[in-house]
Design a protein around this ligand. Structure first.
Ligand code: NDP
Length: 324
């Protein structure tokens, strides 16, 4: 595994991290979930990314992760870096959603209980909710650290006009923002253009989610929609309409490039993000051990010629390719 420092901190993360948004809930096969976590850890993926609402059922990914830890990895806690988040809809009533102090602190307590952990390595504000003052949300994160419930804090999906405010408040309290989490892939360039440099300038590490565009950048949709794929499921997170003709055609062209590089498309898509030195880690999702093994090989070739970078840019900036 390759390790990178998180911004200006002394903490390193593996270049690939595992996210438990999909495939680790109570509706999923627990033995496959266990195999993926154990395989990841054995391969050096020691960072696991959770959130209160991951499932489905919401909360069940944390419960299952706690069970896997207890059953398989109990003696390895100090070799692991585990995150959770709060800010999206989780429980009924006005306190179960948003970025208020009430939601963050109650949610962190619930997440610790579900996972059976004594503390999270990093706890995030999952999103800016459009209403709560940034000061309130950041103070909640600061207090979570002061209460010993997390070692570090992070922000997720904060727009650039609020990002600096978050960094300033956290820095002043001497609880600097360890990680800034943004969606990024070859089909999602917005954060790379708008958020990464600000994070780097403030000493915060950048960690990217959905680096495979939820599977679109793996070649799995080149010949239609496979049964059991995320687009075929009714979760609504990757809609059939998002697997449009333009993205499929772009994947085909990128797949040809990847073949010439001796990589799978998934491997090339991951390597491409990691070639940006501002990025600390990518949070990948997987639905099988085979996918995890495929993705791990991305680390074998992380360099790109200028010609390749230009070609990727040309393919991915055509109309209807970018997700935003
Ligand atoms: P990816 O873009 O990596 O998509 C993962 C999906 O792609 C898999 O579930 C699988 O889908 C498919 N896939 C992965 N590898 C392969 C392969 N080698 N070959 C074929 N198909 C493959 O990431 P996610 O969208 O899952 O997000 C990753 C993590 O990021 C989440 O688990 C979460 O921790 C974090 N996240 C954070 C958010 C935030 O708001 N901060 C929002 C979203 C995610 P299939 O089911 O089709 O097999």
């Amino acid at each position: 595994m390759k390790f990178n420092y998180c911004g200006n901190s002394g903490v390193q993360l593996p270049a690939l991290s595992l996210g438990l948004w999909h495939n680790f809930g109570s509706v999923d096969d627990f033995s496959v979930a266990t195999q993926m976590v154990v395989k990841a850890f054995d391969a050096g993926i020691c960072h696991f990314d959770l959130a209160n609402n991951y499932g489905p059922e919401p909360g069940s990914a944390e419960t299952n992760f706690g069970r896997i830890l207890k059953n398989e990895l109990a003696s390895h806690r100090d070799e692991m870096f585990i995150s959770s988040k709060a800010g999206h809809d989780m429980w009924p009533g006005v306190y179960g959603d948003g970025s208020s102090r009430k939601n963050l602190i109650a949610s962190c307590n619930q997440s610790l209980k579900r996972t059976g952990l004594e503390y999270f390595d990093v706890f995030y504000s999952h999103r800016y909710d459009g209403v709560t003052p940034i000061e309130e949300t950041m103070q909640a994160l600061i207090d979570i650290v002061r209460q010993g419930k997390a070692l570090y804090v992070g922000i997720s999906k904060y727009p650039p006009y609020l990002q600096q405010q978050c960094y300033d408040i956290l820095k002043e309290a001497k609880v600097p923002c360890l990680l800034s989490q943004y969606r990024c892939s070859m089909m999602d360039l917005k954060a790379k253009l708008e958020n990464f440099q600000l994070a780097k300038d403030n000493g915060s590490g950048v960690i990217c989610f959905s680096p495979l565009a939820q599977g679109v950048l793996t070649g799995k949709y080149l010949n239609g929609i496979p049964e059991n794929s995320r687009a075929a499921k009714s979760t609504g997170f990757l809609q059939l309409s998002q697997v449009n003709n333009e993205r499929v055609e772009a994947s085909r062209q990128l797949n040809e490039m990847a073949e010439q590089r001796g990589q799978s498309l998934a491997q090339m898509a991951l390597a491409w993000i990691l070639s940006d030195e501002r990025v600390t880690s990518l949070i990948i999702g997987t639905s099988s051990v085979a996918q995890l093994e495929d993705n791990l090989k991305a680390l074998d070739n992380l360099s790109f010629s200028q010609e390749e970078l230009d070609r990727i840019n040309e393919i991915c900036t055509k109309p209807n390719i970018q997700f935003e």
